[in-house]
Design a protein around this ligand. Structure first.
Ligand SMILES: NC(=O)c1ccc[n+]([C@@H]2O[C@H](COP(=O)([O-])OP(=O)(O)OC[C@H]3O[C@@H](n4cnc5c(N)ncnc54)[C@H](O)[C@@H]3O)[C@@H](O)[C@H]2O)c1
Length: 386
């Protein structure tokens, strides 16, 4: 199959769909890879590195979209890209269609098969292509907290690890999932006094085992939350209730009782935020202050470290991408986890949750594929034996 990697065009997006290492894997497996000139510039991967990996550099996005059988990206396609997608082409990227009817209509009109990273599943019921970005965000959250705690940033002027004779900062992590675990790991590594609150007892057990007592775990009741938040130097909000907006766990009234110059890092801001006073910020201006408490609420935290994030994302997407390249329809019909990723197939919306949230008609994937198999609807890559 010919795989195409366009340069990301969403504002401030510096990640890339395939790193040179991943291109080498595709090429070794017998596929062709076309890469738009400059696609890797955000991670300092020169065109020459892609060529050394066996990729072919083409001048612009038009040349990528016009010739590739599968497009591998990071962010959802922008309006200019909807028009470049072709009937029968595979698109493999983050989509987040549920709140985005315009993009959904654009993808439906293109006739492409759009596979969303965020809905690909794994055997344990997880979302393996979301995990790497949660890992990055969790680790970054502690860096963000440490920076915001500096006096010159408006913080309390506390060093996370303290020094001998001076106690460390109290770091409260609300939600002990992927983000929370990585945040706790970083905070412990820096010598912080760390507590993780969660509503899942099995999760708290796992964390207790994992950190050998170096992290306090606490069941997340309103009382426990209030006690911990009021004593905190930094609070990291890392909760997720699947399919729902984040619950507001820290009210504005609680801010008045917090230490002046303490910090709230709301990683869950992409789900509406778990602090009442959170509003989404950007890397250009990541923090603001409410009632003497510094808020950090960047909605795309991994964008700050595109090199790490691109490699982390590629590590997770590579096996799925290779399976698609070996035979896209065979891969989605034989692997329920990849099938779960198919949101749009040749003009039909094949993800029930997305269809319901957009109020659009849903077609199950098997019916969509058999409709597409009707005479006269054979994709290029099927004709070519992929
Ligand atoms: N801002 C960013 O750039 C960024 C990047 C990645 C992920 N995120 C977001 O971070 C959040 C966490 O993601 P994750 O991958 O760690 O999810 P996860 O499902 O792995 O973990 C969420 C945890 O929250 C716990 N939880 C739910 N309700 C709770 C409550 N009331 N009190 C305490 N704990 C509670 C759950 O039991 C679970 O352990 C999500 O909203 C995700 O979208 C944001």
């Amino acid at each position: 199959m010919r795989v195409g990697v366009p340069r990301e065009i969403k504002v401030h997006e510096y990640r890339v769909g395939l790193t040179p290492d991943a291109v080498r894997e595709y090429v070794s497996a017998g596929h062709e890879v076309v890469v738009q000139a400059g696609a890797g510039s955000g991670i300092n991967a020169a065109d020459a590195a892609y060529e050394a990996a066996g990729g072919a550099i083409v001048a612009n996005a038009d040349a990528v979209f016009a010739t590739a059988d599968m497009i591998v990206k990071v962010k959802e396609p922008q309006p200019a890209e909807w028009k470049l997608l072709r009937d029968g082409q595979i698109l493999f990227t983050y989509l987040h269609l549920a709140p985005d009817p315009e993009q959904t209509r654009g993808l439906l009109a293109s006739g492409c098969t759009a596979i969303a990273y965020e809905t690909v599943t794994d055997a344990s019921g997880g979302l393996p292509l979301l995990v790497p970005m949660s890992e990055v965000a969790g680790r970054l959250a502690v860096e963000a907290a440490g920076s915001a705690l500096s006096r010159h940033s408006g913080g309390r002027g506390v060093l996370i690890g303290g020094v001998p004779g001076v106690p460390p900062a109290r770091i409260v992590v609300i939600g002990g999932g992927v983000v929370g675990t990585q945040a706790a790991r970083m905070a412990v590594g820096l010598g912080g006094d760390v507590v993780v609150l969660d509503r899942s007892l099995p999760r708290l057990c796992q964390l207790d085992e994992l950190f050998h007592g170096r992290v306090r775990t606490r069941y997340s009741t309103a009382q426990a939350l209030e006690e911990e938040v009021l004593a905190a130097d930094a609070v990291i909000g890392a909760v997720l209730v699947p399919g729902a907006s984040a619950p507001k766990l820290v009210s504005r009234a609680m801010l008045g009782g917090m230490k002046r110059g303490s910090v709230l890092v709301d990683v869950a801001i992409d789900q509406g935020g778990c602090f009442e006073t959170s509003r989404a910020t950007t890397h250009a201006e990541p923090t603001y202050e409410v009632d003497g408490v510094i808020h950090y609420c960047v909605a795309n935290m991994p964008g700050a470290v595109p090199l790490t994030s691109s490699y982390a994302l590629n590590n997770a997407t590579l096996p799925f991408g290779l399976a698609l390249a070996h035979g896209a329809m065979k891969a989605v019909t034989s692997d329920i986890h990849l099938a779960a990723g198919v949101n749009v197939h040749r003009g039909m919306l094949t993800n029930r949750a997305v269809a319901e949230s957009l109020g659009m008609p849903f077609t199950d994937l098997a019916s969509a594929i058999s409709a597409q198999s009707a005479p006269g609807r054979t994709e290029d890559w099927t004709r070519r034996g992929y």
